[in-house]
Every structure is written in C-alpha cells, then in structure tokens.
Design a protein around this ligand. Structure first.
Ligand code: HEM
Length: 134
C-alpha cells in the first residue's frame, strides 16, 4: 500500500483518500458551520435561506458521488444540473471566492491531507467558477 501522496498522483478516488462517507459528512458540517459563523463568508451565507439543513444534506450526498463514491444525490434527484439549480441565487466573484475560501478552511480544519486538499481545491474552483451567473 503506497502512501497518500502516491495514491493522489495515481488517481485513486478522492472518496477513498478522504476517508469515505464519515469524512465527507464531517467536511460538509464544518463547511456550513463556518459559513454560519465567520463574518468573512457573510455574502455567501446571505445567498442561502435561514435554514441550512437541506443544503447540508444535499452537499453531503452530492460530494460522495462527485468524489467517486456512491451516487446518493443522483439516485434521489437525477442529474445534478448544478448550474441550472444555482440560477435562483446571485453568484458573482465574491460569492465564488467566499465559497472556495470557506471550503478551503473547512478542509484544513478537518485535516484533509494537503495533497488531496490541493487536488480538490482545483476541481472546486472549476465548478464554482462555472456557477457564476452575474
Ligand atoms: C460558487 C458559489 C456557490 C454559491 C453562492 C452556492 C449557493 C447555493 C445555495 C444558496 C444553495 C441552495 C441551498 C438550499 O437548498 O437551501 C445551493 C445548493 C447546492 N449547492 Fe451550491 N453554491 C455555490 C457553489 C457550489 C459548488 C462549487 C458546489 C459543488 C461542488 C455546490 C453544490 C451544491 C449542491 C449539490 C446544492 C443542492 C442543489 C439542489 O439539489 O437543490 N455549490 N448552493
């Protein structure tokens, strides 16, 4: 068994590397806790409604599949169509950057391995940037 750096380079799924469903759940919980707590993410928080429970559940299901694990989100809702689903919310550079910073902080705090963090952050950037609609 090689170490995590080697695995990341050889394309093992991010789902396996991060530690499966419990690790993704912990990451998503921290992501939304930080969004709620940190003044630096206020513009991002403001795009959401008062209750983050459904967003927590959906991002958790989505990321499992997105990282190469079980397709919980697709089984429940079909194709993610993420850009279309985000159209009701104003997403500009500020919201994009706050989403990415919030996720980077969450990944660091739940101690995602640095090599994996870097790989995920690049993919998150592509997805978040494509979501801009203003
Ligand atoms: C770029 C900045 C982003 C903003 C401002 C944003 C904002 C939002 C908001 C307001 C919701 C609705 C939450 C609710 O149901 O109450 C949502 C849902 C969601 N977001 Fe984002 N989001 C962003 C980026 C992303 C990215 C990068 C991903 C994935 C990597 C993502 C994945 C999701 C998913 C899976 C849902 C649930 C969609 C559904 O089934 O309704 N979002 N987002």
């Amino acid at each position: 068994m090689s170490d995590t750096d080697d695995d990341a380079q050889q394309g093992t799924t991010a789902f396996e590397l991060i530690g499966g469903e419990p690790a993704i759940h912990a990451l998503v919980e921290r992501f939304y806790d930080l969004m709620d707590l940190e003044p630096g993410y206020a513009a991002l928080r403001a795009t959401h409604g008062p209750d983050l429970a459904s967003a927590r559940e959906k991002l958790n299901w989505f990321l499992c599949g997105w990282m190469g694990g079980p397709q919980h989100y697709v089984e429940r809702f079909g194709h993610p169509r993420l850009r279309a689903r985000h159209m009701p919310f104003k997403i500009g550079i500020q919201e994009r950057d706050q989403w990415l910073a919030c996720m980077a902080q969450a990944m660091e705090e739940v101690q995602v391995h640095p090599a994996l963090r870097e790989r995920l952050q690049e993919s998150f950037f592509q997805t978040a940037d494509w979501m801009r609609n203003v």
